[in-house]
Design a protein around this ligand. Sequence first.
Ligand code: SAH
Length: 372
Amino acid sequence: MTILSTDRKTNWYSLTRTGWQQFLSEIDHRSFRAQQVMKWIYHERVSNVESMSNLSKILRSKLASVTESTLPKLVHTSMSRDGTVKWIIETETGGAVESVLIPDGRRNTLCISSQLGCSLDCVFCATGKQGFAGNLSVSDIVGQVVIVTDWLRENPSCGELTNIVFMGMGEPLMNFEATMDACDIFMDDLAFGISKRRVTISTAGVVPRILDMCGRTEASLAVSLHAANDELRNYLVPLNKKYPIGMLLDSCREYLSSLSDRRIVTFEYTIIDDINDSDQVAKELASLLRDFRCKVNLIPFNPFPLSTFRRPTEDKISRFYKQLRDKGIMVTNRTTRGDDIDAACGQLVGNFEDKTRRRERYQSARPGVSCV
Ligand code: SAH
């Protein structure tokens, strides 16, 4: 398939290194120029081809006529008391998504979005309640990181970007090709050069796509588990009815075995009061994950306007934590960050026109409560 299009310009931020090589061949130029072009874009951060001084005039004028450097539009920046920063970004796809930077010691993790809303509708997630309006393009995904790294350059006291996680709005594996291409760009030394261990794809468990990741990427995998048996997980994550826990864990093992080095899967576990925080569930979870190369990341439930769930008390969370740890499971307790600016896990809503009517149904089920 050709990249060069007659009816639209190719966006700089949509192409991986192989994409640039193919594109340059299509416009009759040598593919090795891809390296030069990408360095200008990502390392030198030029905004027009005229500045790419080591390219011939002919190539520069060709690129000027067939490419564009459009970034998604930054609409709003908000800062939390705890240093978390949230950006609202208007995408080329239409509608706005949210990206969140979480500074933590020497680590600066950016949480990015992959879709406008989400089609999965996990019961405890605000994004799902907003409905769904489509996939982001590669340039919309990469653009979030470009906007934030440009911001960090202007605010050097905030440090450099060290980690990227697909834990914002959307299910990245339901936007598979764009997510894979974006990961390639994040990990490429000619672009962001972030190590494969520090780029994490978080999924609710789209099993066939986890299998497709084998050999296609080496990004880290996080799976939103939230339950230790199918009955509870079917309720919390409706996708489980299609891809139950056994199948999901098998696909994770397969992915781990496709990686060249010794890696682990992170299981995210949103802990919800009286739903999945009992001693019995902890026991069941520990036995499910015994012998699995993994870490469990406990995320205390973050409330949002339409939710009826509650966050467990600190005591309950630490009891659950200890039970897992005592049974030999590696476990971390994620501190809630950015909740004063609605930037915590599961609180991201963005702004877009819902195409599923799910938002309307939720709002009419709970009259008087606004979603956004
Ligand atoms: N669709 C992907 C990524 C987006 S959600 C996935 O399911 O993994 C990122 C993480 O936040 C997931 O683990 C999700 O389950 C969790 N999450 C969603 N809503 C939450 C809430 N209200 N409180 C705490 N965590 C939540």
